[in-house]
Design a binder for this molecule. Structure first.
Ligand code: SF4
Ligand code: SF4
Length: 220
């Protein structure tokens, strides 16, 4: 009898404890995320796949195709190409591919880039059954973002650049389809060229008449 009463008291106490916890949680804010209809905001230091950093004013890539990140990658994930614009001192990136299927998120590429032209994205919702979805054209992504920002009026469009013929890529039409100005042979997303407008020809200054040296006096 005594044991039975003790068990009833213990069970009732357990019930009250459980109810107290349940009622306490009932009035707290909901923390469940209704994935995939909702997504979490990733913390600042989250490491997603790398992405190109854009200039806040022009929206164009900061990358100048030095290829340090390509060489630093131990898994050969990165392919970079660039072109030097007419009158520009540095190259501008025209092609930046990432094969995320091979990436280990080691961070060597981000560390190798001394100019902060690449960073980790906060993308984590990358589920796909297609392997090709993980081969990413980062330059095209950035260019699409730039065009969208121009459409929203966040960026003022800049004149189409001109690629210097000597250092232009073999095709000369990289990214031509998405070029805002539609100029053939002009890669989009590259810095504006100083020499975008044709330079007027400078007339050559007339050469001064050549003076003939005095002929030596004939021996007498
Ligand atoms: S994080 Fe590492 S593996 Fe991935 S692209 Fe960069 S260097 Fe290559
Ligand atoms: S991302 Fe940085 S290291 Fe890589 S090519 Fe561009 S400037 Fe060079």
């Amino acid at each position: 009898m005594k044991n039975s009463l003790k068990e009833i008291a213990t069970g009732f106490n357990s019930l009250l404890t459980g109810m107290r916890i349940t009622i306490g949680q009932f009035f707290k804010p909901t923390v469940t995320v209704q994935y995939p209809h909702e997504s979490l905001k990733m913390p600042e230091r989250f490491r997603g796949h790398i992405e190109l950093v854009r200039d806040s004013e022009t929206g164009k890539a900061l990358c100048f195709a030095c290829r340090l990140c390509e060489r630093a990658c131990p898994s050969d994930c990165i392919t970079v190409d660039g072109a030097k614009l007419d009158g520009a001192k540095k190259k501008s990136v025209t092609h930046y591919m990432l094969d995320f299927t091979k990436c280990s998120l080691c961070g060597s590429c981000v560390e190798a880039c001394r100019d902060g032209a690449i960073r980790y994205s906060h993308a984590y919702n990358l589920a796909s059954t297609n392997k090709e979805d993980y081969v990413m054209d980062l330059f095209k992504r950035l260019e699409d973002e730039r065009l969208a920002a121009i459409a929203r009026g966040e960026i003022i469009p800049t004149p189409a650049p001109v690629v210097a013929s000597a250092s232009a890529p073999a095709t000369g039409v990289v990214g031509q389809a998405s070029s805002p100005a539609g100029s053939p042979g002009v890669p989009p997303g590259v810095a504006p060229s100083v020499g975008a407008a044709p330079k007027p020809l400078q007339p050559e200054a007339p050469k001064p008449a050549e003076t003939q040296p005095a002929s030596p006096a004939a021996p007498k």
